[in-house]
Every structure is written in structure tokens, then in C-alpha cells.
Design a protein around this ligand. Structure first.
Ligand code: GLU
Length: 469
């Protein structure tokens, strides 16, 4: 995967690649270290022949986990099990377009780990989705589910497609045909997909309906094969806003430790899709002020505050933040340099590389997106004294409410929104306190602490279950 990702103001493409040395010639055995080029290296990378490109997302995410694994003395067999997914499924399928021609699509489902429960994780619909992206995201789901205390393992999937370039009818045929291709690999007690970047509740409904048609799991029980469905079709109240709600719950819990109060705090958001817009709206409702935001259409700023609710309406109508009347257009660099208390990256992976980290002028980064900060970017943030609230904690609200949806499907119940919010908060507060404790125990960054806390639960599960045969 290239260092430059897909939307929102692009980070300086490939620049960090030049600054980093190749990992070739690194030692076998022993523990992890920073190699000559100041890039993290680990014997497991070589044992499993993971990609040697230091910009590779999979190498970066697994590398962060291995740092925590070394610190806590995780047994070697668990390191190798967790450093590779269990199953990698890739499918190609033809779909008829509206003009009668056929197009071939590529789809993925990666099942990383199911020691704690069924594989769980979203489906990304994006024109630039690759196997390594999906593997990284599936790995992160295992860590996230373990940390936030839901009974799932990790998975992720996707279709290489730009959903905005197809009619509704074409998307329906693409989604249903993809479901047919992976129907035997998923199931309400085996692997439960959900929405991710580019996919929405309508797509989830088509998947549930197609699965119900094809599988032996009939009737209402089939609904539990997927979460993030419309409320009218087995979805949970509060699922749409859940990831943003979880980001805010994490901030409410951890910001006071950084000496910041939510009321009156200033923040900026990168990416104003589902996670960014809900985080913005909920923070604003708690008395915080959004000063700047940016997406693939541009960046905007208003020191008096940008109304997140009005901006969300504008984005729904126009497709992006550009042209919003309640703010002034700024360039990408000014966006990153805008002084705020909290910066929320809520777009794609690897958006905060060295140049962006150098420009950031904030006290806390709250990772709403998955893996938005590269290791090189993180080192700069650390040197600047900026606290990073790691994604596996910060954005785990989505999968937590997915779990609530699955429980409601299995029990044929419908919970009120206040119950969902209260239960979500309980999970987020508990996960935050586990991270806090691990930070104290291992005297490390919050990211390493979050991995260590996630690994503790997986370690116990493996100790009890054993490895068959
Ligand atoms: N795609 C979301 C994530 O990355 C949600 C996954 C889910 O609900 O299963 O956490």
C-alpha cells in the first residue's frame, strides 16, 4: 500500500518513506528495537516474512502490538498467532451494470482471530482498498474487541469499488453478489460484518436479506449475521452515532487527566463522515467548540466555532465541507496548524505522518479513525508532548453497539436509546480504566498500554483454551 491514502487533504506523499531506512539486515532473535533508520524492527517480522516496507500499514500496526507484547512478556506462540490472520478470503465476481455490460469486482474478507468469539468487523467499500489494508483493519478489530470487552474476535472485509460512482441499482447488485460469494464464510455465530468507510445501513440490509435467502439460518435469526442494519430491520438505536459517541465518552473520561475540560474546549476534526460528524455534534452539545475541519473537498475554519449540526446537513446535501457558509476556506497546512486543545483524525489510515505531526498544534489527539497516525508521526507527537488516545480504545464505540444490536437480534428485543448509551458508556469507561492501569504498570504510552490491556485478555483466553491439538 502506498504511503498516501485516499481522501481528506493528502499527507505529504512518500516523504517519510525517504527518511526511513530499509529494514533489511536486521537481527534474528532477541527483542524489538529501532533499526539504523530509526524505524521499528522486530524478529517476528522476519520469522513470518512480513512486508519489509516500513510504510506498509500491516507492518506498522502489528509492530505497535509487538512492542506491547515484548513489554509484557507475551509468549512467542501468541505473538506469531496474532501477527498473522487466520483466514484471508479474496473473491472476484461479475456484476451487470445498468447499461447491460458486465464488470468484474474484487472483494475481501479477512478473519484475523476468533479466540474470544466470532470474527467481527466492518466492510469497506472503497476504490483503493487492498489486502494489506483489510488485514491491518481485521487485526485492529481483534485488539479493539478484546480491549472493549465484547465477546468477539476480529475480522474485516471490503469491495474494491467507489460506491459514489454507481447507481443504487448497481450497488444493490454488487453488494448482493458479494454476499453470495462470501455467504459460506460468514454467519451469526461465526463471522459478523458491519459498516465501515463507504458502506451504510442500506448495504447492511441487502446483505442480511441476501444471507437470509441463501442460508439455512432462517427467519429473524439470520438478521444477526450483520450489524449496523437500519432500525426498521433489526438495527439498534444509537448504532449510527456509536463510534462518535465512544470517542466523546473516551474524551470525557481521559481529558481531565490532561488538564482539559470538555466545556469550552476547542477541537478540530479531520474527515467529516460518520465518525467525524457525530464526534463534532456530540462534543458541541457538551459545550466544546469546533474551530476547524477538513475532508477531501477542502478545509474550513471559524475561530468563533463551526456549527457541527449545520455542517453535517451541508455535507449531506453537497458531499463535503467545502462551500459551508459558516466558515472560511483555509489551506491544508493552516488546518493542521490551527491551535486547538483536541485534534480528532476521523478519516482514513496513515493520515498523520511526519509533516502533519510537525504542524499539529494541540494537546491531545483522539483517534476516531483506525490507525490514523504512523509510527514516525507518533514519535514526533510524543516529542512535542502531545497525548495520543489510541484508536483501539477511542473508536471502539461502534463495535460495542454492534454487539448490543447482535444481542437484541438474538433475544428479539429492542432497547431504548438511553439504555444503549448507558451500556456503551460503561464499556468505554471500563476500557479507559484498563488502559490507564496498564500505562501505570508498564510505564509506557497510552497506545502501548491499550495493546497490553487487549493482549492480557487474549493471553488468558489462550492459556485456558490451549492450542489444539
Ligand atoms: N467498522 C467499525 C470499526 O472499525 C465497526 C465494526 C463493527 O461494528 O463490527 O470499528
Amino acid at each position: 500500500m502506498s504511503a498516501t491514502k485516499k481522501s481528506a487533504p493528502a499527507p505529504a506523499a512518500g516523504k517519510n518513506g525517504k527518511a526511513l531506512a530499509s529494514a533489511k539486515g536486521s537481527p534474528k532473535g532477541g527483542s524489538s528495537k529501532l533499526s539504523k533508520g530509526n524505524e521499528f524492527d522486530h524478529p517476528i517480522f522476519h520469522e513470518l516474512q512480513l512486508p519489509s516496507d516500513v510504510n506498509n500499514l500491516y507492518r506498522q500496526t502489528v509492530g505497535s502490538m509487538l512492542q506491547a507484547a515484548d513489554l509484557m512478556g507475551l509468549p512467542h506462540q501468541l505473538k506469531i498467532i496474532l501477527a498473522q490472520p487466520k483466514n484471508e478470503i479474496m473473491v472476484h465476481f461479475p456484476v451487470r451494470m445498468d447499461d447491460g455490460t458486465f464488470k468484474l469486482f474484487k472483494g475481501y474478507r479477512v478473519q484475523h482471530n476468533n479466540a474470544l468469539g466470532p470474527f467481527k468487523g466492518g466492510l469497506r467499500f472503497h476504490h483503493d482498498v487492498h489486502l494489506d489494508d483489510v488485514k491491518s483493519l481485521a487485526f485492529l478489530m481483534t485488539m479493539k474487541c478484546s480491549l472493549v470487552g465484547v465477546p468477539y474476535g476480529g475480522g474485516k472485509g471490503g469491495i474494491k469499488v467507489d460506491p459514489y460512482k454507481h447507481s443504487k441499482a448497481e450497488m444493490e447488485r454488487i453488494v448482493r453478489r458479494f454476499t453470495t460469494a462470501i455467504a459460506h464464510q460468514i454467519g451469526p455465530d461465526y463471522d459478523i460484518p458491519a459498516p465501515d468507510v463507504g458502506s451504510n445501513s442500506q448495504h447492511m440490509a441487502w446483505i442480511a436479506d441476501t444471507y437470509a435467502f441463501l442460508s439455512e439460518v432462517g427467519g429473524k435469526q439470520a438478521d444477526a449475521v450483520i450489524t449496523g442494519k437500519p432500525v426498521e430491520y433489526g438495527g439498534s438505536l444509537g448504532r449510527e452515532k456509536a463510534t462518535g459517541q465512544g470517542v466523546v465518552d473516551t474524551l470525557v473520561e481521559l481529558l481531565p487527566e490532561a488538564g482539559i475540560e470538555i466545556k469550552g474546549c476547542k477541537f478540530s476534526v479531520l474527515g467529516f463522515g460518520n465518525v467525524g460528524s457525530w464526534t463534532g455534534k456530540i462534543l458541541q452539545d457538551k459545550g466544546a467548540k469546533m474551530i476547524a475541519t477538513a475532508d477531501h473537498t477542502g478545509a474550513i475554519r471559524n475561530d468563533g466555532g463551526i456549527d457541527a449540526h449545520q455542517l453535517a446537513d451541508h455535507v449531506r446535501k453537497t458531499g463535503g465541507v467545502a462551500g459551508f457558509k459558516g466558515a472560511t476556506r483555509i489551506d491544508k497546512d493552516e488546518f493542521y496548524k490551527t491551535k486547538v486543545d483536541v485534534f480528532v483524525p476521523a478519516a482514513l489510515e496513515q493520515m498523520i505522518q511526519e509533516p502533519e505531526a510537525q504542524m499539529l498544534n494541540c494537546k491531545v489527539v483522539a483517534e476516531g479513525a483506525n490507525a490514523p497516525t504512523t509510527p514516525a508521526g507518533e514519535r514526533i507527537l510524543e516529542a512535542k508532548g502531545i497525548e495520543v488516545l489510541p484508536a483501539i480504545l477511542c473508536n471502539s464505540g461502534g463495535v460495542t453497539v454492534s454487539y448490543f444490536e447482535w444481542v437484541q437480534n438474538k433475544t428479539c428485543e429492542q432497547w431504548d436509546l438511553d439504555i444503549v448509551d448507558k451500556k456503551l458508556n460503561k464499556h468505554m469507561v471500563k476500557a479507559a480504566s484498563k488502559v490507564r492501569e496498564a500505562k501505570k504498570k508498564y510505564k509506557c504510552s497510552l497506545r502501548t498500554a491499550a495493546y497490553a490491556a487487549a493482549l492480557e485478555r487474549l493471553k488468558s483466553a489462550y492459556e485456558i483454551r490451549g492450542i489444539f491439538p
